[in-house]
Every structure is written in C-alpha cells, then in structure tokens.
Design a protein around this ligand. Sequence first.
Ligand code: ASP
Length: 314
Amino acid sequence: MVSLAIHGGAGGDGPWKGPTDLDPQRVACMHNVLVTVGSMLDSGLDSLEAVTIAVEMMENEPLFNAGIGSVIAEDGSVSMDASIMRGSDNAAGSVVNVTKIRHPIRAAKMVLENNWPVMLNGIAADEFAIKNGVEEVDQNWLITELRRAQWQKWKDAKSRPGSTDEDDGAILDHDEGMGTVGAVAIDKNGVLAAATSTGGMTGKPDGRVGDTPIIGAGTWADQSVAISCTGVGEAFIKTCAAHEVATRLRLGESLEEACKNMLDMVAPLGGRGGVIAVNSEGDIQVPFQTMLMYRGFWKDGEIMTGIGPNLNSH
Ligand code: ASP
C-alpha cells in the first residue's frame, strides 16, 4: 500500500492550451522520479527519505522552480525555501531564503534530523547545510537562461511579482510552465511524509517568505495525511492551507472534499493553486484550480502523470 505523489507547480488562467515545447522534459523528469522513488518505496525505503529524493530529483531539473532554475527575485538573485515533515511524530524541518546550496530540501531534512530548531533562515541555513555536506553552488550556477528571460520580461513590464513565472514564451513562442516542486508519500510502515521546495516568485521583494517553508501552510504531515501545496504563497499562509486539509479530515470530510474545500478557501484570497495529498490508506488526490498543474503519482506500480485536465498512464 505504498503510495507516492509529486507536483511540479500549478498556475495559469483559462483553458489549457496543450503542452509547450519544454513540457516533455518536465514530464520525463516526473516519470523518472515516480519510477525511481516508487520502486525504492516498494523495496522498503522510508517515506521521509523518499520525498527528499523525489524533491531533490526535481530540484535538479532546471525547468522546475526549485534548486537550479529557480525564479529570480526583484534584486536579480535566487533565494530558495523548502520544508519537510514526517507524520508519525510531527518532526519537521525548514530552510528559508537559502542562496548557495544545490538541494534546499536535503538541508530541510537535516534540520528535521537535528531535532531543534525547526526552521533556519538565510546565511545560517546555508552554512548549516554546507557544514553537513549539502553541495555548495554559486548563484550563476542556479540561474538559467529561461529564468533570466522571465525576470527581464517581468522587469520591463514593471509587473506584479510572479506574473512571468509560467512564461516559457519568455524565450519561446509558447506560454505556460510552472515550477514549485513537492512530494508526499506513505511507506511500508504506514508512515506519511511531505516535502516542498521552491524559488518563490519572479520579482519577489528582498526577504519575502512564501508558504513553502512554513509548516502547516505549504507542507503538512500527520498520522492521517501528507500534503504539499503550490500557488501564490501568501493566500496559503493566511489559510494555513496544508493543515486545513488535516483539520477537515478530522471533521469527517473525505480526502477529495478536504482538498477541494481547502482550495476553495484559498482562492478568494488570491491564491488559486493546487495540492497533492496522500492519506493513511494510501489514497491520493491531486486537485488544482489553475489552468495546469504538473503532477503525477505512483501507486501499486501504476504510474500516472498530467499537466492539463487529464492524467495519462505510463
Ligand atoms: N507557493 C510558492 C510561493 O509562494 C510558489 C508556487 O507554488 O508557485 O513561494
């Protein structure tokens, strides 16, 4: 009954226009994550390490907005947030605005394993991670051509933060794309875990913290459910969105209802987005209210991925 679900971000308005030229690369990454980490879970890997590896693999994909290929802040730099939680004992770890490590999610897991404190911020988080063996990288390595083009477009248009995050067309003729990444899983021992990692939003002001590193907002796991959210973070913070799903389950809603009703609470606050969830039965939900959400899951050896409204089996 092991299950794994992943997302690569939600976004966009209106009907889905079909895949962009860059989307096959994103789907191939998700498929690889599901095959690799799904079978590791099946062979007995614990869910906390499984979601960490899944997110690391997506942090390595430059087309997702996490690790290399993170979106660029107002000042032209990359800063990244990540958090992770284990459901069996509410252990949690988070790093905020790290700028020089390859794998923010590995750093968040190290914070969790260190037991105290739960959150580390900025240079102290970078230094903690590097001291514990997370690969150090420089800003030029983290910044890709696509993200620089999106940032330039955002700057030229004097747009709101995040307005070009989905714009593959910043260098191509198409729209869309996205990027925050997350994973939720249940392992053979019935332990649930959730992890989320992001570069935030293009043009974000210096010091901005989104929902991704906030336990209960972007990420949550307890003994009944594991959740990873994506969308405009401020609205997910204001609604404690990830934890809201757990609350709704306690009140008797089904997993499907709890996820949908949470997204309905977030949307009026300007945070249309998506969520991935797995419960203690291994049931999976991957709903979203935007044009698209890169998503996929592995369950009993069956793999599904999707971008627009439909899921495809592999
Ligand atoms: N939630 C992320 C943030 O606000 C962005 C996203 O999921 O696209 O930083």
